[in-house]
Design a binder for this molecule. Sequence first.
Ligand SMILES: [Zn+2]
Ligand SMILES: [Zn+2]
Length: 433
Amino acid sequence: MGFSTFFYLRNMESYASALLYAIPFFVALVLFEILYGHFVKNQKHNVMDTVSSLSSGLTNIIKDSLGLALVLVSYPFLVENLAIFQIEATWAVWLIAFIAIDFAGYWNHRLSHHVNIFWNQHVIHHSSEEFNLACALRQSISNVIGYFPILLIPAAVLGVPHKVIAILAPIHLFAQFWYHTQHIGKMGWLEYIIVTPSQHRVHHAINPEYIDKNLGQILCIWDRWFGTFQEEMDEVPPQYGVLKPAATWNPILINFQHLWRLCQDAWRTRSWWNRFRIWFMPTGWRPADVIERYPISKIEDVYNFSKYKPEASLGLKGYSIFQLLCNTGLLLFMFYNYSEIRFNNLLFFGAFVFLGIYGYTSLMDRKQHAVWIEVFRGVAGILLILWTGDWFGINAYYDLGIYPVALYFVITILGGIYFTYFEEGYATPNLAS
Ligand SMILES: [Zn+2]
Ligand SMILES: [Zn+2]
């Protein structure tokens, strides 16, 4: 699934207000899936993985709502210059636009899976070793070049108005959420038309039979036509994740792991040709001389590998949920107050939540340096409150608003110290399966 589809096509402020509704809606559905799994005794969530997935969703919407990307070409520009037809806004336009978006989405997704440099922006979505609704929200922050509208050239030539694309794109995007679940089986004749949970389980699987298959977003006809379709088979239970495991709960790190490995390989290889072509080679390709000197282990037996699971007490799990909720709350306030906060301050606010996510997920990873981040951001938050006597305008809504925020930062400092120094097992990730 590529959430970047519509990010180049919309208006920042309306995006911020849409998120005010979308976030609680997604969270409610994730909670529903967790409760359902609990009651039917088939739980597909684990606390740390789900916190990590939802945190990744937060990083994605911060980055997108601040518009931190270089848009190569915009859709309105394309329509203005390429349209040879003029179609009226009838039902046919909506249908054509939808098919055009889905077709572009298929190829964008296929590109992401097959080319080294593009894989970096998509790997976060596949990095969970679980498969559930939360995993759908693992979305990229490393998609910084906006090239997607180029794939919409067919729609532009047909003269599909920008307004239609701008309305359909978010619908097309959110419609990719529901099928990230293991609780729905095959769906009869629908399997021939749309992407279903069964098909998308195959997509997230690393079994050799399944890998890089079912790249469609809403319609599965593209996979059937272009030879990338694979049905889920009873005798091949999907195993989820990526072949080079992320081995961290920190979504910000996961977004740049693959790029970092490419940079290292480009630096280390002895050949200039390799240095140039590594970016455009198939995903996972490495120069032969580097493989020899710097081997990277890959999962060979998909039925027998240890999932990432550093030791976590009940206290740390609860604390991680608390941190996730507080950071989500801060962010909802930012979107609620979006038009009142000046852009520089929005960047600053976004950076605060980003740092927060970096900090508490490092704590979840049992990294010893996490304590420094937690103490730093806690102190910075308190100083900011003392200095401005406010928290980005919260006083205007609620007289005592700064007190819970200040308390949160105090807890962050204490939590960082406690879980680093007073709990057993820090900095010793214990890989239990
Ligand atoms: Zn997916
Ligand atoms: Zn994918």
